[in-house]
Design a protein around this ligand. Structure first.
Ligand SMILES: Cc1cc2nc3c(=O)[nH]c(=O)nc-3n(C[C@H](O)[C@H](O)[C@H](O)COP(=O)(O)O)c2cc1C
Length: 412
């Protein structure tokens, strides 16, 4: 087995190779939260790269719950033609294109949303940035059922538009992961308390989607190996939840970790030795591998082709997930396959101010700017400084934020 080997998923769909682009929020749809020409153009550039699977940045399932300014929202068919245009770029290529579907829960920029909801009224605690967030209101049971239904509806619309699968965002501190976390989920009804109860939301969400898209359509999930927080969702609990999802027949489990509060997904919580060894969550996946038959994807820190190849050849995982390096090299899989790239160089722009650098904010924004450059047909600029992120934010993103705020005044 190697990086070029095909993979057939439990639903019967086949991925043409073992390299996947993991989700990166693009925030390129500021006005009406619909796919724009530039967003579609960025994906066209990835389509020429030779991927097995492209997972989009997170797509919101509810217009009342927006994670970041410029997210695409799919809650009805108002932008169906644009969704069809986006999905059509993989037609006849053999590449899979799966939108990642998400509800942010409490981890949503406050002024984009009239109100923020979560399993319990527990505030996001982000040092120095708490003014970006609102105290959430605890969801009622009827609202929980409504959100589960929305996940299913969004997936059904995306399938009809021509996307070839969907991924549930169950990681990084958003709503699914809030339900799993005993720190954020302090409910004492059937949605909180025991792990079985905390996992009910993700299981019911999966079932609802499956009922609406049918048995042949790929459904994946991105899930945390742990939250990396004292009293949070642990590795042992994560292992139990993935076994429940395995028993349900999910098609692909992508492993990550952390949240805004502890950004382990981009390496901030990892020891230097783990960062150097690459593949941040490899220890977890090696353990979980023995417990499941569901194909596993690992994302976070892969930087050398040798490490990727040996992880696949040793059967430790099925899909290598990569994110940041693809913003600089959209054709990377092809260059890995033809042997012209052996090592992925990824700049880690820093301000030199610990609080800002460790939040991951600069790193994420820097790569987001590069996705936007792809969409605008520009070349990557590996020398772009951390300070340009501020400049970009003050101009482009602030405009988007203002456009995002208009959502409630004038629905598109
Ligand atoms: C700009 C940017 C946006 C991201 N947006 C998402 C997202 O929408 N959903 C998600 O699951 N992960 C998101 N991530 C995390 C990546 O998918 C990935 O887990 C992380 O970058 C580690 O992989 P890497 O070391 O290959 O970059 C984002 C990362 C970056 C840099």
């Amino acid at each position: 087995m190697n990086l070029k080997t095909q993979l057939t998923l439990p639903c019967g769909a086949t991925l043409q190779n073992r390299i996947a682009k993991s989700a990166m929020s693009e925030n390129m749809s500021p006005k009406h939260n619909a796919p724009t020409k530039a967003l579609i153009h960025a994906y066209k550039r990835w389509v020429y790269g030779g991927y097995g699977l492209l997972i989009t940045g997170d797509v919101m399932i509810d217009r009342k719950a927006i994670g970041e300014p410029g997210n695409v929202i799919v809650e009805d068919k108002r932008d169906f033609k644009k969704l069809q245009e986006w999905a059509s770029i993989v037609k006849d290529t053999g590449i899979h294109l799966w939108p990642q579907i998400n509800h942010p829960g409490r981890q949503a920029i406050g002024f984009l949303n009239k109100e923020v909801v979560a399993p319990s009224a527990v505030m996001t605690n982000l040092k120095g940035m708490s003014s970006f967030f609102k105290k959430p209101r605890a969801l009622t049971e009827l609202e929980i059922l409504d959100i589960i239904e929305r996940f299913g509806n969004t997936a059904a619309i995306l399938k009809e538009a021509g996307f070839t699968g969907v991924q549930i965002h169950g990681a990084h501190g958003y709503l699914v992961s809030q339900f799993l976390s005993p720190l954020v989920n302090q409910r004492n009804d059937q949605w909180g308390g025991s792990l079985e109860n905390r996992a009910r939301f993700v299981i019911e969400t999966y079932r609802n989607i499956r009922a609406k898209v049918g048995k042949d359509f790929p459904i994946g999930i991105k899930i945390n190996s742990a939250d990396f927080q004292r009293g949070g969702f642990t590795e042992e609990e994560s292992m139990e939840v993935v076994q429940l999802l395995d028993a349900e027949g999910i098609d692909l489990i992508e492993v990550s970790g952390g949240s805004y509060e502890r950004p382990a997904m981009i390496g901030s919580e990892q020891k230097k030795s783990t960062q150097e060894r690459e593949a941040y969550f490899l220890d977890y996946i090696v353990k979980v591998r023995k417990l499941l038959k569901t194909p596993l994807m690992l994302t976070g820190g892969f930087r050398t082709v040798t490490t990727m190849e040996s992880a696949i050849a040793n059967g430790e995982l099925d899909i290598v997930g990569i994110a940041r390096p693809f913003t600089l090299h959209p054709d990377l899989p092809n260059r890995i396959f033809d042997g012209t790239i052996k090592q992925l160089e990824v700049p880690t722009p820093k301000f030199g101010i610990k609080m800002l650098d460790s939040s991951g904010f600069v790193d994420i924004m820097w790569h987001e700017i590069h996705i936007q450059r792809l969409g605008d047909g520009k070349k990557p600029n590996p020398k772009l400084s951390a300070y340009s992120v501020i400049g970009h934010n003050l101009s482009g993103t602030m405009k988007k934020m203002i456009a995002g705020m208009n959502l409630f005044k004038k629905p598109a």
